[in-house]
Design a binder for this molecule. Structure first.
Ligand SMILES: Cc1cc2nc3c(=O)[nH]c(=O)nc-3n(C[C@H](O)[C@H](O)[C@H](O)COP(=O)(O)OP(=O)(O)OC[C@H]3O[C@@H](n4cnc5c(N)ncnc54)[C@H](O)[C@@H]3O)c2cc1C
Length: 418
């Protein structure tokens, strides 16, 4: 049985129609599609599979140019978006970071800004690194640990010897890019949720508009109470925010476990502005994502209709622009700023806009921050498990949530056999 408080299931992994365009809940690139937890789950449990298109390149946009992301130190050295001094400082910082990390001296557990304070990188260079930090961790460079930048939102926080060697020649998003295959599902990200729903056993009951208010374990049985109903079960999988668990669960939780949960910080509030354009713009004629980190507001954009033309009416284009809403900034003000930025990038784009749609969301339940201790799927209460992006720090978004499910299944099997 699935209990969902909203009127539809899928959370942040949904798509819906707006004036003939099909928008997702934020721009999504799905990571680790060659080998990874989502693929493992799909192989084992999906009867219906989403069809992924290759994600393509990551670009950095600089005034009127699109430049491929500098994945290697050699590419960074030639990346003339920055001054030569900046390029050298950044390269030196990344090399030093991989060299200096030892278990006795965990340099990489420092925040990115703390680590970089000895490297006099320009304000513009730091803006780029801040933008990168946010896209890789969900937080600014003041909170993002250095290891997250080096592993590119990748698999682990422990840098193995092999990975460290590899990283000494590359930077950022890199490890992720080299070791994974990224994609975007045909039909939008709803295809992933639809495949899951279609693969559920016939006995599955999905109940929407069921806000779980109380969970109580008595003997072997949990009672789960919503506004209108009560349900009983021997096993409960908690997929809401872990920080809410203490208030929902009537049984006491160990202090150590609560302390762990309290180390988690919610990811930054994000605005996605979806623009439906009446023609395909030459600036956005590519498959992939672009990052803008300069004046006004940084953004990450993905022209999703370039992967699947059915996401936009015939001959039109759909682009999602995601950007971080700063503390104290109102969504209305942020939207104005984001639109001004987009107009700077794409000349007279306003003449082509036929649809504007704004979403304000939190991409992950917890961001990867210095000192965050992800608790894993097993809670101190027998039979109560947790899944989602605040359970496991590996990778990003959907892949991170998939890791939590893989680990939860392992724990369940262990508990079942003991
Ligand atoms: C702007 C944006 C960009 C993103 N980009 C990417 C990307 O590029 N790649 C990627 O892999 N991922 C990306 N993500 C993240 C991805 O969508 C999520 O990680 C994914 O949906 C899994 O999230 P989750 O299961 O942790 O939580 P959610 O999707 O938030 O699901 C939690 C569910 O629990 C329900 N719930 C909460 N409390 C209760 C309650 N008390 N009772 C009943 N139900 C409850 C919620 O309504 C929701 O449906 C992005 C997300 C956003 C918003």
């Amino acid at each position: 049985m699935v209990l969902e408080k909203a009127s539809v299931i899928g959370g942040n992994c949904r798509s819906y129609n707006v004036s003939g365009f099909r928008v997702d809940t934020g721009p999504h690139a799905i990571t680790w599609l060659k080998k990874g937890p989502l693929v493992d789950l799909m192989d084992e449990y999906f009867d219906v599979l989403p069809k992924f298109e290759e994600h393509g390149n990551y670009f950095v946009r600089d005034s009127e140019r699109l430049i491929k992301f500098p994945y290697t130190l050699q590419a960074l050295a030639r990346f003339n978006v920055f001054s030569k001094t900046d390029r050298l400082l950044m390269a030196r910082a990344f090399v030093d970071a991989t060299k200096n990390h030892t278990l006795d001296e965990p340099m990489l557990d420092k925040s990115v800004s703390d680590f970089l304070k000895n490297y006099p990188i320009s304000k513009r260079g730091l803006m780029f690194i801040d933008t990168l930090s946010y896209f890789l961790s969900g937080s600014s460079m003041d909170d993002t640990p250095m290891w997250r930048i080096l592993s590119g939102g990748g698999a682990t926080h422990e840098l193995s010897k092999g990975l460290r060697k590899k990283l000494s020649g590359v930077m950022g998003v890199v490890a992720n890019r080299h070791e994974s295959h990224q994609g975007y599902p045909k039909g939008g990200i709803q295809s992933i949720t639809n495949s899951i729903i279609a693969s559920m056993p016939e006995t599955t009951v999905i109940k929407t508009e069921q806000d779980v208010k109380k969970i109580k374990k008595d003997g072997k049985l949990f009672t789960i109470t919503t506004d209108s109903e009560s349900y009983e079960s021997e096993i409960v999988v908690f997929a809401a925010e872990l920080r809410c668990l203490e208030n929902i669960l009537e049984n006491p939780l160990e202090k150590k476990y609560i302390e762990k949960i309290n180390t988690l910080k919610k990811s930054s509030r994000t605005m996605t502005l979806w623009l439906g354009l009446k023609r395909k713009r030459p600036e956005f004629d590519y498959k992939g994502s672009e990052v803008w980190f300069d004046e006004e507001t940084p953004y990450w954009a993905m022209p999703t209709s370039n992967y699947d033309k059915n996401l936009a009416p015939k001959g039109m284009q759909l682009i999602g622009f995601g950007s971080r809403i700063l503390a104290g900034e109102s969504p209305a003000k942020h939207k104005e700023k984001l639109l001004r930025t987009i107009k700077k990038v794409a000349w007279r784009i306003e003449k082509d806009i036929v649809m504007e749609h704004v979403q304000v969301t939190y991409p992950d339940k917890a961001s990867i921050t210095v000192g965050a201790k992800f608790p894993g799927p097993k809670t101190p209460i027998d039979g109560l498990y947790a899944v989602g992006t605040d359970v496991d720090p590996r990778s990003m978004g959907i892949t991170r949530a998939a890791y939590s499910v893989v680990e939860m299944l392992k724990e369940m099997k262990k508990d079942n056999s003991s």
